[in-house]
Design a protein around this ligand. Structure first.
Ligand code: A2R
Length: 326
């Protein structure tokens, strides 16, 4: 009977065990990664696929892609950031997009503090020193920077930003923030203008969404305002920082250092950054533990299962309110 048929779902990206196991008994899964000719594959499924699960992938789900699946109702995407999906277009065309917020907040905040400490106190560089046998010749030089006299300007104070700010408070580090809107229930000083905050602080912690509204938000002017003691930590997306301007600012010591978990063209990292001993570079580790990634995968599954059962999505993004306009 047609009513008992399992719905067809396209899986884009890695065949992650939690996602495949969680979905395969409830829906018929089609794997884009298996297709030799992706366009032909999508054409063959165009009449059937009504939902897409997006695992970890570099693929973009733009309007052109979604148009190839005219029956599409829901896109369940892995990760809190969804700048790889044209959510505005989806919302305008009755497609609900879901992401995986909250389950990763504390993990990403841990990574942010780790990256900040590594950058301020040069821990990775000191460890390289030990491994190279240099301790036998003398002590590692004293760190020039310290967290003790710093003020952190949060660029973004959402779910993850607040978890980072809580940790900073516990460390005794003053916190202020910039976002487009004041957050009503926090006591941190609010800066409506990023440039004003950059001028007043010596450390920026960037944790905003990627996409056009934040592209190159951290530009040469902001870095200049941050100044020669300045440290930039980017936990957001590479696109939020003008990478060329950052490289120039690090080379001529317009700012002191940077800790970067994200890059403009991952996994490619500019040679200039790799050659700089005093910056700290992480391979996009934000949420990357087995436990947290499994929780994110499970939320991808649960959003699809809710859709398949005719229930509202658990975590729709703001651009695609539920119920969708059709
Ligand atoms: O601007 P607001 O009031 O919407 O505040 C949000 C802020 N934000 C921005 N701040 C300045 N300029 C912008 N153009 C701009 N767009 C957004 O970023 C809010 O304070 C924060 C985002 O918070 P949530 O939506 O709760 O995101 P969550 O879960 O903290 O994750 C942030 C990002 C992800 O999108 C990934 O790219 C990355 O962290 O992992």
């Amino acid at each position: 009977m047609a009513g008992e048929e399992k719905p067809d779902v396209l899986l884009i990206g890695q065949k992650k065990p939690v996602i495949v196991k969680g979905l395969e008994s409830h829906v018929t899964l089609h794997y884009l990664s298996d297709a030799k000719d992706k366009d032909a594959f999508l054409r063959s499924l165009a009449d059937r696929v009504r939902a897409v699960a997006v695992a970890y992938t570099a693929d973009r789900l733009d309007a052109e892609f979604m148009k190839k699946l005219p029956k599409l109702e829901q896109v369940s995407s892995f990760g809190v950031g969804y700048d790889h999906i044209d959510a505005k277009w989806a919302g305008e065309h009755g497609i609900v997009v879901t992401n995986t917020p909250d389950v990763l907040n504390e993990e990403v905040a841990d990574t942010a503090l780790g990256l900040l400490l590594c950058t301020v106190r040069e821990f990775p560089r000191a460890e390289r020193f030990l491994r190279a046998g240099k301790w036998l010749q003398g002590h590692y030089p004293l760190a020039k920077a310290t967290l003790r006299n710093r003020t952190v300007g949060m660029v973004g104070l959402g779910r993850i930003g607040r978890a980072i700010a809580r940790r900073l408070e516990a460390f005794g580090v003053p916190v202020v923030y910039h976002a487009r809107n004041r957050v009503p229930d926090v006591k941190y000083k609010y800066y409506p203008k990023l440039i004003d905050m950059a001028r007043d602080v010596d450390t920026l912690m960037v944790i905003v969404p990627g996409g056009e509204s934040t592209r190159n938000l951290i530009n040469a002017d902001v870095l200049k305002a941050l100044g020669p003691n300045g440290i930039l930590i980017n936990m957001a997306r590479g696109s939020v920082v003008d990478e060329r301007a950052l490289i120039a600012a690090l080379q001529d010591r317009t700012i002191y250092s940077a800790g970067l978990d994200v890059f403009a063209n991952e996994p490619h990292v500019p040679k200039e950054l790799i050659e700089m001993e005093h910056v700290v570079l992480f391979p996009h580790l934000g949420s990357s533990t087995e436990v947290t990634r499994a929780a994110m995968d499970q939320l991808v599954v649960d959003n699809i299962l809710a859709w398949a059962a005719g229930r509202p999505p658990l975590t729709p993004v703001p651009e695609t309110p539920y119920p969708p306009k059709r």
